[in-house]
Write a protein that binds this ligand. Structure first.
Ligand code: AMP
Ligand code: MG
Length: 357
């Protein structure tokens, strides 16, 4: 039976030490990071690594991200890379994962047989404490069953994985709420494999400032190309993600008026008795309210793109009830966190169609 360690308790070193001891003994531990919760196993124990795949129901060709405490530990698992060093010095610890050539000693269970490894240095203090307490990297994909929205609260991870973990450390809601940006440094030009908090533009600014650009250059992989991508570089990209059971539709439109009409169009085929849930900006909500379009709608409003990203996964989980007929979520325009938000939202919304294919 898993033990839940709450945020205040977890602040004490004994709880972290207990969880670290369980990890070192080959057990799985859920822990908070600034992006989403992670399902952790120690990298040196292949049985524990295989247990991650089993617990999540994750295909074995979908590689894991490993979490390290600092640059020195990063290069214990990665071969030397100047570009990686530069990005680590500017953005880490933080929500950025680097794909780099792996050292030969690293287990290929982590990399799904690839010779590259994805590594991140989380900045959450409890994640840092846990890694330092084990003295080794911790492999940790998002702490959810495969295909479900990622866990951004300890209770979500506990619900999905209770029977497979020794401890679940509760550090409160994840700050960012979307998974890290993944940038592949093993190809030229470097490629964003998964959009996140940091965009290609932000990463390139650093290379430009250091006079390394365009030798070092990050390009944004188009979403369509990413969905199709099934080559050996990123096998994980072919699996669907983030999907609730309930149908999710996106409210789109270049003006508030167009969004209002898109909203009513996307409710038009439903019976008055059908229950609808909506996650929209407070701006759109007040307009819908004024037109009487929210009378039987379970509503959650967001105040900004950062707030929407922070809460998206939790809202999708909370809305995903058996009697809910449809979930409507407002799209976001913009070229920073909005890119990552729309990437996750489109996956959640396309899952029904995908499942039918
Ligand atoms: P998550 O399932 O949320 O932990 O995200 C892990 C994702 O990182 C995987 O689905 C892959 O897409 C990506 N990834 C991990 N390792 C590699 C690698 N060596 N090369 C490319 N992508 C990777
Ligand atoms: Mg995941």
């Amino acid at each position: 039976m898993a033990k839940l360690i709450d945020a205040s308790e977890a602040a004490d070193d004994i709880s972290i030490q207990e969880a670290a001891t369980a990890l070192m003994a080959g057990e799985l531990v859920v822990f908070p990071t600034e992006t989403v919760y992670g399902l952790g196993a120690i990298v040196s124990n292949e049985d524990a690594l295989r247990h991650i795949y089993r617990a999540k129901g994750r295909p074995s060709d979908n590689p894991l991200i490993i979490h390290v405490s600092d640059e020195e530990m990063f290069f214990q698992y990665a071969k030397d890379s100047e570009a990686a060093s530069i990005l680590i010095n500017h953005f880490c610890p933080g929500p950025l994962t680097l794909v780099v050539p792996a050292r030969d000693s690293l287990s290929r269970v982590i990399t799904a047989g690839l010779d590259t490894v994805a590594i991140r240095i989380p900045c959450h203090p409890l994640a840092q404490d846990l890694i330092r307490a084990t003295g080794e990297a911790i492999a940790a994909p998002s702490a959810n069953r495969s295909g479900r929205p990622s866990a951004t609260r300890a209770s979500d991870a506990f619900e999905d994985l209770e029977n497979d973990i020794a401890y679940c450390i509760d550090g409160g809601p994840s700050e960012v709420g979307l998974e890290s940006t993944i940038v592949d440094l093993s190809v030229e030009p470097f490629q964003i494999l998964r959009p996140g908090y940091y965009t290609a533009e932000t990463l390139n600014l650093v290379f430009k400032r250091l006079g390394k650009y365009p030798k070092f250059q990050v390009v944004e992989a188009p979403i369509q190309e990413m969905a199709k991508q099934q080559g050996p570089k990123a096998p994980g990209m072919k699996y669907r993600h983030y999907a609730p059971e309930t149908e999710v539709l996106i409210i789109e439109g270049s003006s508030l008026e167009k969004r209002i009409s898109d909203f009513s169009k996307k409710c038009a085929d439903l019976d008055p008795s059908d229950s609808i849930a909506a996650f929209v900006s407070s701006e759109l909500a007040s307009q819908l309210e004024a037109r009487g379009l929210l009378d039987s709608v379970e509503l959650i409003q967001f105040s900004s793109p950062v707030d929407a990203s922070h809460r998206l996964f939790a809202v999708l989980r909370d809305f995903d009830q058996p009697n809910t007929r449809r979930i409507l979520v407002e799209s976001l325009d913009g070229d920073t966190i909005e890119i990552a938000y729309m990437n996750r939202l489109r996956k959640a919304a396309s899952s029904k169609q995908e499942a039918l294919k």
